[in-house]
Design a protein around this ligand. Structure first.
Ligand code: AP5
Length: 223
């Protein structure tokens, strides 16, 4: 089912399931998934100048400076003509204002902002058990979404690894950064009448159905 002209932001704390939902949207609707976390991790892996600068912030659970992230996002949006799901951006009111300005200039304003809500006590468990495929980026959880063979990706057979910033003390720092820097973004979009929320405690398929409902895509189709 192809969905077009959706320009959407998924907001939520670390581990809320933004990446899981954005990947489902990409696979089932064709919308492009733009994750600043994935783009930054790729830059770190390739040891580009951007990656080298970003790494120190990411390892401490801090936000990478706006000037670096904004450029990355704007380049990718410019090459996504049909619609996109932003995952992990914007993460501060300053980033939200920059994004608004950029999209207004391009004549492509946001159409939806969805907040994925999960209580803090569930997030540490989710992040502690997360495993990601080194090859294709598929995300698993040792308890909630286990791979068929431990340590091996169901989809491509690649090795699964645990993200460095999923260590407990870094997770706590990321949760603090979310409360302080990112939660004001919710108010920013609420004032613009764009904000909707979904209960991220439910199973991934149920959360996905709620998001499709917000997008006005009929539930019960081949999604
Ligand atoms: P980023 O990669 O964006 O991390 P995050 O926002 O902290 O989000 P996560 O990827 O940890 O979680 P998620 O919500 O995607 O959850 P997931 O679907 O994986 O950013 C990393 C770092 O990069 C930042 O700390 C910062 O340094 C930097 N950065 C990124 N963007 C930036 C920006 N805009 N500005 C500045 N710096 C930036 O799910 C988590 C686990 O739960 C998985 O194991 C999954 O299987 C499981 N799960 C998912 N859904 C469910 C469910 N419904 N029920 C049970 N389990 C579930």
């Amino acid at each position: 089912m192809k969905v077009e002209n959706v320009r959407m932001v998924l907001v939520g704390p670390p581990g809320a399931g933004k990446g899981t939902q954005a990947k489902m949207l990409r696979e089932r609707t064709g919308l492009e998934h733009l994750s600043t976390g994935d783009l930054l991790r790729e830059a770190v892996r390739r040891n580009t100048p951007l990656g080298a600068e970003a790494k120190a912030y990411m390892d401490r659970g801090r936000l990478v400076p706006d000037r670096l992230v904004a450029r990355l996002v704007e380049e990718r949006i410019s090459s996504s003509p049909d619609g996109f799901v932003l995952d992990g951006y914007p993460r501060s009111v300053a980033q939200a204002a920059m994004l608004d300005e950029f999209l207004e200039r391009a004549g492509r304003p946001l159409t939806h902002v969805v907040s994925v809500e999960v209580p803090a006590e569930d997030l540490v468990t989710r992040l502690g058990g997360r495993r990601t495929c080194r090859e294709c980026g598929a995300v698993f959880h040792v308890r909630f979404a286990p791979p068929r063979t431990p340590g091996v990706c169901d989809r491509c057979g690649g090795a699964l690894y645990q993200r460095e910033d999923d260590r407990e003390e870094t997770v706590r720092a990321r949760l603090e950064v979310f409360e302080k820097e990112t939660s004001p973004v919710l108010e920013f979009y609420r004032r613009r009448g764009l904000l909707r929320s979904v209960d991220g405690r439910k199973a991934p398929d149920e959360v996905f159905r709620s998001i499709l409902d917000i997008l006005g895509v009929a539930v019960g189709t081949d999604a």
